[in-house]
Design a protein around this ligand. Structure first.
Ligand SMILES: [Zn+2]
Length: 458
């Protein structure tokens, strides 16, 4: 989002990103209360200006959210926004009286963590080795196929050349390459997810949306509306696979998707959502709705296992709000370059140690590559350019999520169960696999065609 001034928070933890100069409130009376309270507070505060406080959007959005401008977005920098912090502070007393949150930052909802390291860039994989998970044997049947809607950043232009994606349709990326013809970062994310779903569950109708733009990010106030827009176009599917989100430092939900989540509850759709890649126990939304009382069996939150399936991956978020784990490190799936190889230049250099302090050879550290950015500071180094010829290895809870969603779809086909919310309950109740995640034994969903890879201890 190059045109939106952003800051990171909370404090130095940099767990989320948000829009500077703007807060969100529920439409109607609450928006008026927030606007008035902030203006009053800023008028009394000598170092904050009330002149910028006004409602920046009318109450016309189905997400039920109003943007309230509270400061000049060009003030401050990426480390802090004093106007937004002041507005949150101004409402504390009123929130205490109301017994619920009235105001929120406008967070960035994205497919990658704020400090995405090199482990979040794909690595070429030979077509001859096939995908991992490998394609399951269940055959496609248009009468019984499970409908899966992937809300992500779109499909690569050549995805139809991959036989595995025969029953995938959807929306293309708007632009895939930079001025030199290199793939942009995160291009292929949605195609990789579609390949995992199609491999784990052959009897699926998969639609990949480009709701999250090519870079895989959208502001919270637009996210709720876009979710409604996608459903308007496609109807409620059996399963939504969502590999994006944000934390917000709270345990009671994300204001921007509140209206959508309440509507979802009344439907039959199961939302399978990524737990996030901050190596943190802080709830990440919408995944963490899985732990709120009204959303049991409505939402499944999915963390990632490392490549041997025995333990949690270094980057995976964790905590009691993560309901299941699935393989999410060095998976192999479809990307791009099926008929003409697609070049890619790495954006980050491999660090000397796992930034999360893990001591196995994790995806943060291997395989090694040198980024274009570090080359700019050096006269001798050369950025690593690779060529994609169809398949890639990639890691993240983004990819553990469609693996879990695929297992639910495969269960629906195998047991002729038409309700995804019942299928997820049955699957978790009958599951006998567990993995160790930060000292706790957690349910592990391991597809039969997934091949564990040995882990090297450092
Ligand atoms: Zn690591």
């Amino acid at each position: 989002m190059p045109d939106t001034p952003l800051a990171v928070g909370p404090g130095d933890s940099a767990e989320f990103m948000y829009e500077r100069g703007v807060v969100l409130a529920r439409d109607g009376e609450e928006a008026c209360l927030v606007e008035d309270t902030v203006r009053m507070h800023f008028t009394e505060a000598v170092d904050l200006s009330a002149e910028y406080v006004y409602r920046a959007s009318p109450a016309s959005n189905r997400s039920g959210i109003t943007r309230i401008q509270v400061g000049d977005p060009l003030d401050g920098d990426w480390r802090s926004d004093r106007a937004v912090a002041g507005a949150l502070r101004a409402l504390r007393e009123a929130e205490g009286r109301a017994g619920r949150r009235l105001v929120s930052r406008n967070h960035v909802v994205s497919i990658a963590p704020v400090n995405a390291g090199p482990g979040y860039e794909p690595v070429p994989a030979p077509l001859s080795q096939g995908t991992n998970p490998a394609p399951a044997e269940d055959r496609y049947n248009s009468d019984s196929a499970v409908g899966v809607l992937v809300i992500d950043n779109g499909l690569t232009h050549d995805y139809q050349f991959a036989p595995l994606l025969a029953h995938v349709r959807g929306y293309p990326h708007t632009s895939e390459t930079d001025s030199e013809g290199n793939l942009l970062q995160y291009i292929g994310h949605g195609t990789f997810i579609a390949g995992l779903l199609a491999a784990v569950a052959g009897n699926t109708d998969i639609t990949v949306h480009n709701t999250l733009n090519d870079v895989g990010a959208v502001l919270e106030d637009q996210f709720g509306q876009r979710l409604f827009d996608v459903i308007d176009r496609h109807g409620w599917p059996d399963i939504i696979s969502l590999s994006a989100g944000t934390s917000n430092g709270r345990a009671d939900g994300l204001l921007g998707v509140e209206a959508f989540m309440q509507e979802l509850r009344l439907q039959r759709t199961l939302l399978v959502a990524a737990a996030g890649d901050n190596a943190s126990a802080t709830p990440y939304w919408p995944a963490a709705y899985a732990s709120l009382p009204d959303f049991e069996n409505v939402v499944l939150s999915v963390g990632a296992l490392r490549s041997d399936g025995e333990y949690g991956a270094c980057f995976s978020n964790h905590g009691s709000w993560v309901k299941a784990y699935a393989p999410g490190e060095r998976l192999t799936s479809t990307l791009t370059g099926f008929y003409a190889a697609a070049p890619y230049v790495y954006q980050r250099s491999t660090p000397d140690a796992c930034p999360f302090g893990f001591t196995y050879l994790c995806n943060c550290q291997h395989p090694r590559h040198t980024s274009a950015r570090s080359v700019a500071d050096s006269s001798t180094a050369k950025a690593d350019q690779v060529m994609f010829e169809g398949y890639a290895h990639w890691s993240g809870t983004s990819f553990a999520t469609p693996v879990a969603a695929g297992m639910i779809a495969a269960h629906m086909t195998a047991y002729k169960e038409s309700a995804a919310r019942i299928a997820v309950e049955q699957l978790l109740a009958s599951n006998t696999e567990f993995a160790e995640v930060r000292g706790a034994h957690r349910p592990a969903l391991l597809p039969p065609t997934w091949r564990p890879l040995p882990v090297i201890q450092l």
